[in-house]
Design a protein around this ligand. Structure first.
Ligand code: FE
Length: 166
């Protein structure tokens, strides 16, 4: 590149393009050692099987507006699975009323079903939680949940499907 001004412009464009990518602020941290069977699709394939709103949350780390999802006040007995791949994520027995407007759980069905990453977006440091099978974004984990774990898995309804007990 002979022209430094053009090089600078290209670099600037590259950085701003990265900053718009929802994943750019995520860094890997420790995840459970047990591997579950992975579901791998291209982004085009995900766009074909997910709705636009599901794609925004599950694949672009979006967040649904509080109190708009179908499960924040849902009280059925059963299992919440990943809306993208069907992976079993949370049991209804671990769901609690958080008042946040998002379905909240104090633990996953097993640590192997979910993965976590450090999320530094929006000037905050949060723990992102995703489906271990397909990588779909579920929500975030906070330390203000009830016992026995003290954790609050704050999950987007749109990332979940509910399978009621028969
Ligand atoms: Fe999944």
């Amino acid at each position: 590149m002979k022209n430094p001004a053009i090089l600078s412009l290209l670099l600037l464009f590259g950085v701003s393009a990265c900053a718009q990518n929802g994943k750019s602020n995520l860094t890997k941290s420790a995840s459970p050692a047990i591997d579950v069977e992975k579901v791998v699709k291209t982004e085009d394939e995900w766009k074909q099987v997910l709705t636009k709103d599901q794609y925004y949350v599950l694949r672009q780390q979006g967040t649904e507006p509080a109190f708009t999802g179908k499960y924040h006040d849902h009280k059925g007995k059963g299992v919440y699975v990943c809306a993208a791949c069907g992976n079993q994520l949370f049991a209804s027995e671990t769901k609690f009323r958080s008042g946040t407007g998002w379905p909240s759980f104090y633990q996953p069905i097993s640590e192997a079903q979910v993965g976590t990453e450090t999320d530094r977006s929006y000037g905050m440091v949060r723990t992102e939680v995703h489906c271990a099978k397909c990588g779909g974004h579920l929500g975030h984990i906070f330390n203000d949940g009830p016992q026995p774990t003290g954790l609050r898995y704050c999950i987007n309804s749109i990332s979940l499907d509910f399978k009621g007990d028969q």
